[in-house]
Design a protein around this ligand. Sequence first.
Ligand code: GDG
Length: 476
Amino acid sequence: MDDKRLLVVSNRLPIVVSEQEGNWQITPGSGGLVTALEPVIRGQGGTWVGWPGCDSSVPLDELLDHFRQEQGYQLGAVPLGDDEVERYYRGFSNETLWPLFHDLLGHCHFSGTNWTTYQEVNRKFAAATADLADEDHIVWIHDYQLALVGHHLREMGVEQTLGYFLHIPFPSLDLFRRLPWKEELMRGLLDYDLLGFQTLRDRRNFVQCATALIPGVETVRRHRHFSVLRHGERLVRVGHFPISIDFNEFDQGARSHEVDEAAWYLHENLQGRQLVLGIDRLDYTKGLPERLYAFERALEMAPELHGNITLLQVVVPSRTLVPDYQNLKELLDREVGRINARFSQSGWVPIHYIYRSLDRTQLLAHYRTSEVAFITPLRDGMNLVAKEYCACSIDNNGVLLLSEFAGAADQLGQHALLVNPYDLDRTAGAIIEAFKMPTDERRFRMSRLRNEVKRNDVHRWVGRFLNVLQMPLPQG
Ligand code: GDG
C-alpha cells in the first residue's frame, strides 16, 4: 500500500471486553474479517474504529491504550446508548436492511425513527473516524450497518480515499425500490471511491439501482472486476470481490492432533453412519425449516438411508430478542421433534440438533469428518462455512451440497452439488446422490474445491480490494 496506512471501520471492534474477578480486560476477537485485516493493520500501525459492544461503565480509554501498546495498532471506540443500539442496530440494520437485502420483504419493518437514528449513529462513526484519520490513511468501511459513514465523512470535509465493502447481498431494483429512503441511501453510497460487493450479481444490481434512481448517474467504463460510474463531477468504482477464508489456517488446524482426536470420537459414536452437517446462525435467511423438510423427504424417498445417515444441525443462537427469531427457534424445535418421532428406530435418531456454538476444535473436527456439508441458505452474501468445510476436508472425502443462492456458489458451484432450497424434491435427491457418491467422484470434486479456496484465499481478497481502491482512475 505504498506509504498509506489502513483505517478500518466496522460495526464491532475486533475485540472482546470481559470482566474477570473484578478486573476488566480486552482480548483480540476472532472471525474472518479480523484474521484478514488484523495482520495488515498491525503491520502498518493502522487503526480500527467500531462499537466496543459494552456500555460506558467500562474503563475503556485505559483498556484501549493498553491494547495499543500490546498489539501495535490503535482502536477507536464508538460507544452507543441502549436506544441507539435498539434503533440503529436491532431496528434499521437488522429489521429493515437485513431482510430487504436478503430478498425477504415479508420480514421487513420500516420505521422513520429507526432511520433517523441510523443516520445519527452513522454520523457518530464518521466523527470518530474523522478524529483519527490522517492524510496518509485510506479508509475502509464495512457492511450494511455503516452504509452512510462515507457520506458523513465527506460532509465533514474528509478527502481521503474511501472504500466500502458490503458483506450481504445487494437486492434487485424491484426490491430496493420498496425502501422509503432509497434515494438518500443510494446518494450516500455514491460518496465512496470504491464500492465492493460479494458477487457479480450484487454489483449489477447496485449499478442498476444507482443508474435508475439517481438522475445523471451513468456507467462510463466496464472492466472484469469493476465498473466506473460517473456521478456529477465524481467517478465511483463498483466492483465484486468474493470474500474468502485463511485456507492455510483451517487446513493446518484440521490436521492438528486435537482435531484428529475429536474427529475420531465423532465418527466412532456414529457407528459407520454418514454424517450430514449443517452449521448456521439462527436466521430466517439460512433456510433451516426447508432443510429439515428436504431431509425428511430424502428419508421418505430412500429407505436405504434409514439407520445409515445422520443430519447433525448446529444452530448458533443469534438475535434472541427479535420475535421473528424466537418464532423460528420454536418452529425448528417442533419440526426436529416431529421428524425424529416419525423415523427413529432403536439405536438411530435421524436428526441431531445442537442449539449452541461449537468451540474451534469441535468445529474443525465436524468439518473434517462429515461426509456431506448441507448448506442451503435462501440467500447469503457469501457463506464462509462452505469454504471452511472445503479447507478442512483434508481427506478429500467430503461432498458440498450448496444453495445456488449463496454467494459462494459462484466460485464453488461447479464441483458442489448445487440446489434450489425451495425445491424440496430435488434437494432431497441431492442428499441421496451425495450419500451414494462413489469415492473417486468425491475425491475429484473436493480436490477441485480445495484448490479453488486455496488459490482465492482471504489475503488475496484484501489485496485485490485495496489494489482497485488505490488504482489511478481511468480517464473518462
Ligand atoms: C456475513 C454474511 C458472508 C459458525 N458456527 C460456529 C462458528 N461459526 C463461524 C463460521 C464462520 C462464521 O461463523 C459464519 O460465517 P458466514 O459467512 O456464514 O456469515 P456471517 O459472518 O454471519 O455474515 C455472509 C460473511 O459476512 C463474510 O463476508 O459470508 O454471507 O452474512 O466463520 O466458522 N464458529 C465457531 N463455532 C460455531 O459453532 N467457533
